[in-house]
Design a protein around this ligand. Structure first.
Ligand SMILES: *Cc1c(COP(=O)(O)O)cnc(C)c1O
Length: 360
């Protein structure tokens, strides 16, 4: 049975942003709370965007034709398999809106991306969170066991925001073999460019011959276009078309489309920056582990401090030292602090402050 497409359009939700850099702190202040890219736009992007802005009296290309052609060529997929949105969070909402109705269930790991439970609830479907396994990894066996006849979607986040580990590709294949084929499996690869574990999920490969899989990507993180809001999914044509059908028309601005095209042309500079952030990530991870923190595998542009009951205190201590991080304090054992890999000075400051954090 194919994935059932819901014709209705769901309302758009609100999203809780990371705090801005603290003001009034002595010395420089750093915002490491939203997994943003610390680099300025890639070479050529500002100029292309400025040129496009001159055409702001015209609507953008509704079909995102040039972006679809460029991204399709880059990924080796047909443009009709792509659907764009104002950030991949929007695409996620659209995917859910396309398949979920009240009473349906959506299974996802928890703790994971905080947008997931909100997005599910907006459709009227029921969120089914499944605890992460040891090492803050997705427990694919438990996720599979949580699938019921009411399950419409499973959302996988790899690497997992906020904890960091990626799902192993062979484990994903195994999982997909066991999931009923009418269940949509969303593979959120927002941080795929930062992955350096060769065993990690390769979403586009998992998609081959599996029409139930949709891969989510974004220009917000590695490409540094968070402020311009562009993300997309790769899916079989009927599913991609359903996403486009429920999307806000003309959502992606003239300027954002130009920025994406120019960013795709700046691959060498992108690679250099991503490599530098991946090296800095290793430095942060190793530095924090050296201080005695049990930091899990880090495959995104962030590291996870499993602060547990000290989460709020750790968040405050960082802020007081001029670094705003993202504390997840829900009063659960899995609480912790997510720290985005930033500029060198910010990362050094993180390690300085971490050395003085309260310990259990
Ligand atoms: C940042 C992020 C996204 C992308 O968000 P945009 O809407 O594209 O800015 C998607 N999924 C996860 C898990 C993220 O952390």
């Amino acid at each position: 049975m194919p994935v059932r497409i819901r014709p209705a359009v769901a309302a758009l939700p609100a999203y809780k942003p990371g705090r801005p850099a603290p003001t009034g702190a002595a010395g420089p202040a750093y915002k490491l709370s939203s997994n943003e890219n610390p680099y300025p736009p890639l070479p050529g992007v500002l100029a292309a965007t400025e040129a496009a802005v001159a055409g702001m009296n015209r609507y953008p290309d509704l079909a995102n034709t040039a972006m679809a052609a460029a991204v399709g060529a880059r990924l080796g997929v047909a443009p009709e398999c792509l659907a764009f949105g104002t950030g991949s969070v929007a695409v996620l909402y659209h995917l859910l809106a396309a398949v979920c109705e009240p009473g349906d269930e959506v299974v996802f790991a928890w703790r994971s991306f905080e947008a997931y439970p909100i997005a599910v609830q907006i459709t009227g479907a029921t969120p089914v969170p499944v605890p992460l396994g040891p090492g803050a990894v997705h427990d694919l066996e438990a996720l599979r066991a949580a699938i019921t006849p009411a399950t419409r979607v499973v959302m996988l986040c790899t690497p997992n925001n906020p904890t960091g580990p990626a799902i192993a590709h062979d484990e994903l294949e195994h999982f997909l073999d066991a999931v009923p084929e009418h269940v949509l499996v969303m593979v959120d690869e927002a941080y795929v460019e930062f992955v350096d574990d060769p065993a990690a999920v390769r979403g586009l490969e998992a998609l081959q011959g599996r029409p139930q899989v949709a891969v989510l990507r974004t220009f917000s993180k590695a490409y540094g276009l968070a402020g311009f809001r562009v993300g997309y999914c790769v899916a079989e044509p009927a599913l991609a078309a359903a996403v486009r059908a429920v999307s806000l028309p003309f959502g992606i601005s003239v300027a954002a489309q130009a920025a994406v095209l120019a960013s795709l042309d700046a691959e060498p500079a992108l690679r250099e920056r991503v490599d530098a952030l991946v090296r800095a990530r290793a430095g942060l991870r190793d530095g924090l582990r050296g201080l005695g923190f049990d930091v899990p595998a880090a495959q995104g542009n962030f590291v996870w401090l499993p602060s547990g009951p000290l989460t709020a205190a750790h968040g405050e201590a960082f802020a007081a030292g001029g670094v705003v991080v993202r504390p997840y304090a829900a009063g659960e054992p899995g609480d912790g602090v997510r720290i985005t890999v930033g500029e060198d000075a910010a990362n050094a400051r993180v390690l300085e402050l971490a050395a003085g954090l309260p310990r259990p």
